[in-house]
Design a protein around this ligand. Structure first.
Ligand code: 13P
Length: 259
């Protein structure tokens, strides 16, 4: 890990009211005043983005949880990367397993979104991860599922993505079995997944480009396991779901990581 750790909060479809969202943000804002050593990105539901941006501390960064691939037009219900950019959002999560599962998002759709996000000069956070646990064997060789699933997800998402754009890319390794279950990945397995993703990036581009891409971990991250997962697995940061909705727990994650 070379730079400041990247801590991305994925609030998903929470909290239920803007007042709660504001309270959560105010607690994080207080901590941001003291925090110079981590880059913290909040990804709230779309409808809270604009108001939260206006009350946030300058060093707090925002992102969206999804977007469409066109700039504007007759696409009912959609939000474009350009709109997000104009609002002041800097990151967009794409390919989250929940979107793949509940909205049937394919690798082809994710590839179109990824290119649109990069074209708007935003940072895509591409989520990849295998379905089942025990995907690595005890001797540390990557087994078929991890290499097939992650390899395919990364390669298909990056079709026709020029090397010049890659430096803005963040890849989140989120094993599906670890999301919302309380069972996080071991730091050894997270490290193996990171190495594997860098190998694919090296094959697709080259080593210096592969090293510029930030690779973060997501799946049951807490203040207890975050140091092990980031420093122990040499990752660039974390994508936090459930724990980012608990103000004191999220602040603790920020505190322990900035040490
Ligand atoms: P949890 O931290 O709740 O497991 O969620 C992880 C996640 O899906 C972040 O995108």
């Amino acid at each position: 890990m070379n730079n400041k750790p990247l801590i991305i909060a994925n609030w998903k479809m929470n909290p239920a009211t803007f007042e709660e969202a504001e309270r959560l943000l105010n607690t994080i804002n207080k901590e941001m005043g003291r925090n110079e050593n981590a880059e913290v990105v909040i990804c709230p539901p779309f409808i809270y983005l604009s108001s939260l941006l206006s009350i946030a501390k300058d060093n707090l960064v925002f992102g969206a949880q999804d977007c469409f691939w066109e700039d504007k037009g007759a696409y009912t219900g959609e939000i474009s990367p350009l709109m997000l950019k104009k609002l002041g959002s800097q990151y967009v999560i794409i390919g989250h397993s929940e979107r793949r599962k509940y909205f049937q998002e394919t690798d082809q759709v994710i590839n179109r979104k990824l290119k649109a996000i990069l074209k708007a000069r935003l940072n895509p956070v591409l989520c990849v991860g295998e379905e089942a646990r025990d995907s690595f064997d005890s001797e540390g060789r990557s087994l078929d599922e991890v290499s097939l699933v992650i390899g395919e997800q990364v390669e298909k998402a990056l079709i026709e993505v020029s090397p010049a754009w890659i430096r803005n890319l963040v890849i989140a390794y989120e094993p599906i079995w670890a999301i919302g279950t309380g069972n996080s990945c071991s730091s050894d397995d997270a490290m193996r997944a990171t190495l594997f993703i860098r190998k694919i990036l090296t094959k697709l581009y080259d080593r210096s480009i592969a090293e510029k891409v930030k690779i973060i971990y997501g799946g049951s991250v807490t203040s207890q396991n975050v140091v092990d997962l980031v420093e122990g697995a040499n990752m660039d940061g974390v994508l936090v779901g459930g724990a980012s909705l608990n103000a004191s727990e999220f602040v603790k994650i920020m505190e322990v990581l900035k040490k």
